[in-house]
Write a protein that binds this ligand. Structure first.
Ligand code: HH2
Length: 258
């Protein structure tokens, strides 16, 4: 899954795709580089960020979705109205970082349209989520949360076989929480739904490697995605599609070797 943030302030790609032409070109390049789907988002969820209005989010993503019509696209939004418009324009998956807790109408939009849904774990909200997050057992707590949100989504009429789960790397987690989640990802795979993993360029990689610039974190991104593959993840949300596809091709061939 390639990431196209049509935002001025995303921590990871810092506004490079804020102009629609740039976002469209990036999306096309990611698909050419081997992405199976491109995740288009118009609202940054970086730690400390405030939300944007429905109108502003639509203004950002609609031209990009229109230009990518006919190609596999997901919409990274927590807003029912943005999801509805994106689905009309052909999006196949709704990626909701609030796991249906943000907008009470989003579940109905997904259920009606029969598209795929990603439910992600987040502790708190982006504005405050990195203020001293604590867990007794981060893996058990994330698993319990995802199970509960999965049951809620199914209860709202969304088919279970259309739902994937994501531990939400970096969303209300310390470096150690992120590492423990990656190390024990097999416990989340045991929930029985496809796992999405989003480590791409995130700050915990920079803290481990001494790379302050997000775009310098490709090696850490690749390493964590290979580990996630080995532990059962099936969707890898990244900005650097070409090196990730190459690494995962080699890693999955190795895992399949006799
Ligand atoms: N991470 C981000 C945004 N959306 N969705 C899923 N399912 N999983 C993730 O880990 C995830 C996500 C944050 O990263 P990014 O898109 O690079 O930055 P920003 O939110 O600042 O646009």
């Amino acid at each position: 899954m390639g990431v196209v943030n049509v935002t001025p302030d995303s921590f990871s790609d810092g506004g490079v795709n804020f102009r629609a032409e740039d976002a469209i070109a990036s999306g096309r390049r990611m698909l050419d580089d081997g992405a199976s789907i491109v995740d288009v988002g118009g609202e940054s969820t970086r730690p400390g960020s405030d939300g944007v209005s429905v109108d502003e989010e639509l203004r950002r993503v609609v031209p990009v979705l229109e230009a990518l019509a006919g190609r596999p696209v997901s919409i990274d939004t927590a807003k029912a109205e943005v999801a509805r418009r994106a689905l009309q324009l052909g999006a196949e998956l709704v990626n909701d970082v609030t796991a249906l807790r943000g907008d009470p109408d989003l579940a109905g939009v997904v259920a009606e349209s029969g598209v795929y849904l990603c439910l992600m774990h987040m502790r708190g909200e982006p504005r405050t989520m990195q203020d001293d997050p604590r867990y007794d057992d981060v893996v058990a707590e994330v698993a319990a949360f995802l199970e509960e949100r999965l049951a809620f989504a199914v209860d709202q009429g969304i088919a279970e076989e259309r739902i994937c789960l994501d531990p939400g790397i970096g969303f209300g987690k310390t470096v150690e929480h992120n590492l423990v989640l990656l190390k024990r990802l097999d416990e989340l795979a045991a929930l029985g739904r496809p796992l999405v993993i989003g480590t791409s360029r995130k700050s915990f990689l920079g803290k481990l490697t001494g790379r302050p610039q997000a775009r310098e974190r490709v090696s850490g991104t690749v390493a964590t995605n290979v580990m996630a593959l080995e532990r059962g993840a099936s969707v890898f949300r990244v900005h650097d599609v070409a090196p990730t596809v190459e690494a995962l091709t080699v890693a999955s061939a190795t895992l399949r070797a006799p």
